[in-house]
Design a protein around this ligand. Structure first.
Ligand code: COA
Length: 149
């Protein structure tokens, strides 16, 4: 695992093209987000190729997973879990007390994945997503939760 760099933006956009459950960001958006204050970008490579990435950001005590995807042929091998765990640990080290994210209501795999990692459904936002329009489920993890220790 290593930090996501601007030159990975093309590979990230390519993974996102194959992940309609996630929000699509073209290369320029990937690069832009990396410039944001408090941003965190991680990638995992296999055979020299980026197969999964996570982009998040932190504003003092709150951290958000903004985007996370693994290439279809590389799923269910623990890659997403390693990325999420590393990000959560980094946010915690930086002083966050809560990590949250939005996920499409129909994304049962994503919801199961986050629940496995100790995230709980904390709310919903009607019509949050576009193409297609869909409700977002807000999931969060608080560091004082005993299951985290
Ligand atoms: C969600 C995603 C990132 C998970 O990545 P991954 O590398 O496949 O995840 P892992 O291999 O670490 O899975 C860890 C656990 O999550 C759960 N999980 C993952 N995919 C699942 C699925 N399709 N159905 C049910 N549970 C699933 C399982 O409990 C799994 O453990 P197991 O394989 O031992 O059963 C990946 O499916 C993906 O890229 N999806 C498309 C984009 C997306 O939905 N992003 C998240 C919303 S923004």
């Amino acid at each position: 695992m290593r930090m996501l760099r601007a030159e990975d933006a093309e590979a990230v956009a390519e993974i996102l093209r194959q992940a309609p459950q996630a929000v699509f960001w073209p290369e320029a958006s990937v690069k832009e987000v990396l410039e944001w204050k408090g941003s965190l970008g991680l990638v995992i490579e296999a055979a020299g190729k980026v197969v999964g990435f996570l982009i998040g950001r932190q504003t003092t005590e709150e951290a958000e997973v903004l985007n996370l995807a693994v290439a279809p042929q590389d799923r269910r091998k623990g890659t997403g879990g390693r990325l999420l765990q590393a990000a959560v640990e980094e946010f915690r080290t930086r002083g966050a007390n809560r990590v949250y994210l939005e996920v499409r209501e129909s994304n049962a795999a994503g919801i199961a994945f986050y629940e496995k990692h100790g995230f709980w459904k904390a709310g919903r936002r009607e019509g949050y997503y576009r193409d297609p329009v869909e409700t977002a489920i807000i999931m969060q993890k608080r560091f004082e939760d005993s299951r985290e220790r």
